[in-house]
Structure formats: C-alpha cells, structure tokens
Write a protein that binds this ligand. Structure first.
Ligand SMILES: Cc1ncc(COP(=O)(O)O)c(C=O)c1O
Length: 387
C-alpha cells in the first residue's frame, strides 16, 4: 500500500494518517543528546512517545544509554527488537509480575519501580520464589505532581529495607527516580530552570538520605522534557529521562521549550465538506485521528484540537480546529468573510494538523508515514499500542 511513494504521492494516500518529519525529529534528538553530553549525564529516552523501534534506534545511535518504557508491552516489543536495557518507570503491581519475570528469564536487563512497602515486599518475595533478583528503583516525589515518596519521608528507608535478597534472589535496591511533571504547567525560562533544580536537588537529597542510612544508591534518574532542556547543571544525577522532546508538540511550544518549527508530527487529513454559512471546513480528521487531548486549553493560546497547516506544513492562522467528532474535524474560518472557503479549500484537498500532545495523537495510529531527511521516497515505520 505504501511502496515506492514520494512526497508527490501524498494526495493519493488514504487519510487521516500520521506524518513524521524525519529531519525535524533528528534535530530534536541531537539537541537533547548534545545537551545531556554537555551536562555529563547518561540519557535514557522515554519511548512511550514514539512506541516505534525505528525512532528509538536513532535515539540510541545519537548516544542514549538504554530506554524507558511506560508499559510491559513496550518492554516486550522493544526487547524483541534487540533493546536490552529497559527501565519500566511505572510502579509495579502483582498482576504484572509474571510478565516481568518472563522478560527477565528471556534475558532482558529490566529495572522496575516501586513507591510502597507492599510493592517492595511483593517483588522480594516473587524474586525469591522464582529464583531471580529484580533490580528496583524507588520513586521520589519532587514536585507534588503525582506519585512517589518525599525525600525526607521515613517511608523511603522502609521501602529500601524491604527490598531484600540473599545475594542472588529477591529484589535489589538500585536507586531513585523522579519525574517533575508539573513542569508542564510552567511558562517562563526562570520558572523552568528553578523546577529543574528542584527536581535535581530533591532527588539527590533522597539518594543521600538513603546512602546515609546504609543503602548504596547507584542510580539517580530524573527528568521530563521541560526540565531536561532547562537544567543548567546536574551534580549527583546519573541519568536523565525525557520522551516528548523527540517529536515536540503544541503543549511544549506553549511551555516555551521549543518552537512550532520543532514539531515533527502532524496528521494529514482531507477536506470532506463545507458549511459556508458557519464558515466551517469539515475534514476526515476528527478526535479519533487527533485524540481528545486539549492540552493547550489552559495555555496562552488554545489551539482547540490542533494547529491547522497546509500540506507543506505552513500554518493557516485563519483556520481554528474548534470541534472534533469521532471521524469529523470542524475547522472554523476566521479570515475575510467574503472568501469562498469551498473554493479555497476544495473537497479532496489536504491539510496537516499539528497535535497538542504528540504521545496522545501518536497513540491513535498504527504507523508513521515518514517524510525522509534524505531523498524523496516516503518511508513507513510501524508503531504499536495496547498493553
Ligand atoms: C516516569 C516518567 N519519566 C519520564 C517521562 C518523560 O516526560 P516527557 O515526555 O515530558 O519528556 C514521563 C512522562 O510522563 C514519565 O512519566
């Protein structure tokens, strides 16, 4: 279906489809890796954004060390593609233990996460019962955003002491992890630099408290895209994680951490109708293609369901993506009233919609149609979903 296609083939392709601009993505990869290199830390990209081995291979080729995943399905898929150093950065629960065990036994170097005594106990017991040793990080809360244990909370030491093994079997405490997700709500470089330092210093403090209590803490893993790109120095940190930077999106542009030209992802859709009296252009790109994510709603510029561009990627400021049904997108014309919108955007013509949230929009699709960095021939990279 997608064999031997070129840029010129776009009008013949069935829409909606997910377009990936390889050159822009590559620039984002190099920008992040260069920054991590200059800060002297290892970089472990979060592949939940792309769920695509082709993308992750480029992140490793640029210098990343291992990957981060948000599901064991991702761990399994990437391991199947030859990735062998994987951090599952969501707290473990009993019904996922068998899956983790299976991956470990198959040879995957898997690191797990806990934030409770109950989970630590469960991992230690399961490891002992099955003759394996789980390597485990403890999640630290550095911004009150979501999960994790505060650095000074005695629970931190309790969880570490519960991670037990007899040298071979059980669970091994390996380090601490935090994610300053509240950085998404910030808007100024000063606030982002301060949040990056808060994320770093509190996670390092947690590591120091653990070491002082006799628990060696080799990993100090921090990161989100806004903090990773704002940190000015990272003493005490061993690795940084970031995900959405690889494609960027409108939310990240609203945070001020990238420009709109840095966004590598868009959805190609086709005009299927008009309501001139309302100034509406109707496309086949509804929320099923974009996701329901309205992440820019609380930002300075609300882009509705996405930013409307022409097929070459040039923004059309007069069109706002105001409504989305499952398979219909409604674009509101806000330009000159006398413009004949049906003539300007005829049935069958194509538009590109830049997403609010790259991870959410990507998750709606099975593949990327890649606009290549070199040459004219489109490529198709498969991505996966589910759990
Ligand atoms: C634990 C963890 N680490 C890293 C990330 C990456 O964050 P970002 O996509 O902002 O780079 C996330 C994102 O949700 C996360 O949950």
């Amino acid at each position: 279906m997608y064999a031997a296609l070129t840029w010129q083939s776009l009008p013949t392709l069935e829409t909606p489809l997910l377009l990936l601009d390889e050159q822009t993505m590559q620039r984002n990869i190099v920008r992040m890796q260069t920054r991590m290199n200059s800060l002297g830390v290892a970089f472990r990209p979060h592949v939940k954004t792309s769920k695509c081995p082709e993308v992750a291979r480029r992140q490793l080729a640029a210098g990343a060390t291992g990957i981060t995943v948000s599901t064991l399905k991702e761990a399994e898929e990437f391991f199947g593609q030859g990735f062998n150093d994987i951090l599952y950065a969501v707290a473990m629960v009993p019904n996922k233990l068998e899956h983790a065990l299976q991956l470990l036994r198959a040879g995957l170097h898997l690191t797990l996460l806990v934030e409770s005594v109950a989970a630590a106990e469960m991992l230690s017991q399961h490891g002992r019962a099955n003759g394996v040793c789980y390597e485990v990080l403890i999640e630290v809360d550095t911004d009150g955003h979501r999960s994790g244990i505060e650095p000074a909370d005695p629970l931190l030491l309790q969880v570490a002491s519960t991670l037990q093994n007899d040298g071979k079997q059980g669970a091994r405490f390996k380090g601490v992890l935090t994610h300053a997700g509240s950085s998404y709500d910030l808007r100024t470089p000063e606030a982002l630099v301060a949040m990056a330092e808060q994320e770093r210093s509190l996670c390092v403090l947690a590591a120091e408290n653990l070491r002082a209590a006799g628990y060696p803490c080799e990993v100090v893993s921090i990161g989100s895209t806004p903090t990773a790109l704002s940190a000015t120095s990272l003493p005490g940190v061993t690795e940084v994680r970031a995900g959405v930077y690889v494609f960027f999106d409108l939310v990240m542009a609203g945070v001020g951490i990238c420009s709109k030209e840095d966004i590598a992802l868009s959805v190609l859709c086709t005009v299927i109708g008009h309501r001139p009296a309302n100034g509406w252009i109707i496309t086949d790109g509804g929320w099923m293609a974009m996701s329901r994510d309205r992440g820019t709603q609380k930002q300075e510029h609300d882009f509705g369901y996405g930013m409307v561009c022409d097929v070459a990627g040039k923004v059309i400021p007069e069109l706002a993506f105001t409504q989305a049904n499952q398979e219909h997108g409604v674009l509101q014309w806000d330009g000159q009233a006398q413009t004949n919108i049906a003539q300007k955007f005829p049935i069958g013509s194509q538009l590109r919609i830049v997403p609010n949230h790259a991870c959410a929009t990507g998750a709606q699709h099975q593949r990327y149609v890649v606009l290549p960095a070199v040459g004219n021939e489109l490529q198709v990279w498969e991505r996966f979903g589910g759990w």
